[in-house]
Design a protein around this ligand. Structure first.
Ligand SMILES: Nc1ncnc2c1ncn2[C@@H]1O[C@H](COP(=O)(O)OP(=O)(O)OP(=O)(O)O)[C@@H](O)[C@H]1O
Ligand SMILES: [Mg+2]
Length: 468
């Protein structure tokens, strides 16, 4: 009895009719010969309606080429059975995402007889996938999946992060190739740890790009088992801005404390100093004691007074007085002010004005302070003497560029990074405030500072708005 049923195929007919998977028997040129109720349920057509149609009629037009290509390959015997994700067309003219499995039934002679097409509705799954995909693609954090050290997936932010324009340039490539040589060892170390099953949670690191840019990042990396071994999923966030703000706050805090301290000391010392100076002057006038001693004492007291004034300058932002001033005259005054010190160090300061307009709006004393600080640094950088050039150019219609050039030993990169920090100094007697004060003053003048340095010397660029 059972054998008989098998022979007549009634069990198979039963299975066909009650299968949860939509199934169609199609001839080699795509005409639909037989369908089951599941398929007509998925597509919204009755079984009879479907039988008068072709495969092309029920495929979403954009997807047909791909489907047709698979079928051709199948018919040519290049592949035996295949599974693709494609959209079919519902009776009401909308696309349904399906997983299609196509297999070929051949005659004993090997001629193609039928195509058996099995259809699973995956619209819901696709919707969920799409939703997550959008989330991930549009995330402000870089997301990367690494499998066997190769980049398997990267989102838009990830591409920007690595400064790469197209996904094709990176998918399938070795991740190490996209990391700066200096950072490869540590990266491999992280990859090994994650592949071994460890999760790295919100660690701060410096990421090095192949193009030489280093970025402060916070990253999380976790293992995801792929059936063979662990893939590494990475979420990375650029925290350079946060770092800068932190550093800035730290510095301004330092400065605040220094300012308060400076103000306190300056006041304490200033009063007794005034008395000492007064008496010295009286004694000098009345010629009590040696003239030479008085000169030395007086000049020392003047020096102390100068230092105190600077300390006070640091402690409170002075009420600035902006005036229209010819920059050239400021430079001339600074040069004559510095000349004694320059000659002492065998240094010549040369001025070169390459513009017809030099009128700027500025606080004269503050700007002089800037020049003095920079020239002082240049003098200190040339212990054996040499030239210092001050060159003024018209940068464009709105701004002026001043170069202060020395032929000193230059500033090594690791020092250059830190010179704007308050109290950063490489000199025994330096305060490390010079550069920072200059920066503050120029910023208050809506200007900008640039610096370039090589072992042959340093050039400071000051950009200031012109006043027309
Ligand atoms: N023209 C320059 N050539 C070489 N190094 C420089 C030059 N200008 C600045 N520097 C470096 O930058 C550091 C910081 O300079 P900054 O003017 O802020 O402080 P300082 O000169 O050390 O101390 P101060 O200005 O209080 O005397 C210096 O110690 C020096 O190492
Ligand atoms: Mg200095």
């Amino acid at each position: 009895m059972q054998e008989n049923e098998l022979k007549h195929g009634s069990i198979f007919t039963h299975a066909f009719n009650f299968s949860m998977i939509g199934t169609a028997v199609v001839d080699p040129i795509g005409r639909i010969l037989k369908v089951n109720p599941s398929l007509s349920h998925i597509l919204g057509f009755t079984e009879n309606e479907l039988i008068s149609l072709t495969l092309r009629d029920i495929t979403f037009s954009e997807d047909f080429v791909k489907l047709d290509d698979y079928i051709s390959q199948l018919l040519l015997g290049k592949i035996s059975s295949h599974q693709i994700e494609t959209r079919l067309l519902h009776k009401h003219n909308y696309g349904i995402w399906t997983l299609l499995r196509i297999s070929l039934v051949q005659s004993n002679e090997g001629n193609p007889l039928y195509l058996i097409i099995q259809v699973q509705n995956i619209t819901e799954r696709k919707k969920v996938e799409e939703r997550y995909f959008n989330f991930i693609e549009r995330s402000s954090e870089a997301m990367i999946i690494i499998s066997n050290r190769k980049i398997q997936y990267i989102n838009e932010t990830g591409l920007k992060f690595l400064n790469i324009s197209e996904k094709e340039e990176i998918i399938g490539k070795s991740v190490i190739d996209f990391i700066h040589p200096d950072k490869r060892n540590i990266s491999v170390n992280y990859i090994n740890r994650v592949e071994a099953g460890e999760t790295i949670y919100r660690i701060e690191e410096i990421f090095g790009r192949v193009d030489g840019k280093f970025i402060n990042v916070e990253f999380t990396a976790f293992p995801v088992y792929n059936g063979e071994k662990n893939d590494m999923h990475v979420i990375m966030k650029d925290i350079s801005e946060k770092k800068k703000t932190e550093q800035f706050l730290l510095n301004s805090e330092k400065l605040n404390v220094a300012g308060q301290l400076a103000a306190g000391i300056a006041h304490e010392v200033r009063n007794p100093l005034t008395a000492i100076k007064g008496f010295l002057q009286i004694m000098d006038r009345e010629s009590i004691g040696s003239k030479m001693y008085f000169d030395v004492l007086l000049s020392e007291v003047n020096r102390i007074e100068l230092v105190l004034t600077e300390l006070l300058l640091l402690s409170k932002p002075q009420n600035t007085k902006h005036k229209f001033i010819n920059l050239e005259s400021i430079i001339e005054q600074v040069i004559s002010l510095m000349s004694t010190q320059a000659i002492l160090h065998n240094i010549e300061i040369k001025k070169e004005i390459n513009t017809d307009t030099c009128m700027i709006s500025c606080d004269e004393n503050q700007l002089k302070q800037v020049f003095i600080n920079f020239i002082k640094n240049s003098i200190e950088a040339m212990p054996n003497g040499g030239p210092i050039y001050i060159k003024v150019f018209k940068r464009d219609n709105d701004s002026i560029l001043i170069h202060i050039i020395d032929r000193g030993s230059g500033i090594p990169a690791e020092i250059l990074k830190r010179i704007w920090e308050p109290f950063f100094t490489t000199k025994e007697k330096g305060t490390g405030l010079g550069m920072m004060i200059c920066n503050n003053i120029i910023e208050n003048h809506n200007g900008k500072l640039q610096i370039s340095s090589s072992p042959n010397g340093t050039t400071i660029g000051i950009i200031l708005p012109l006043n027309k």
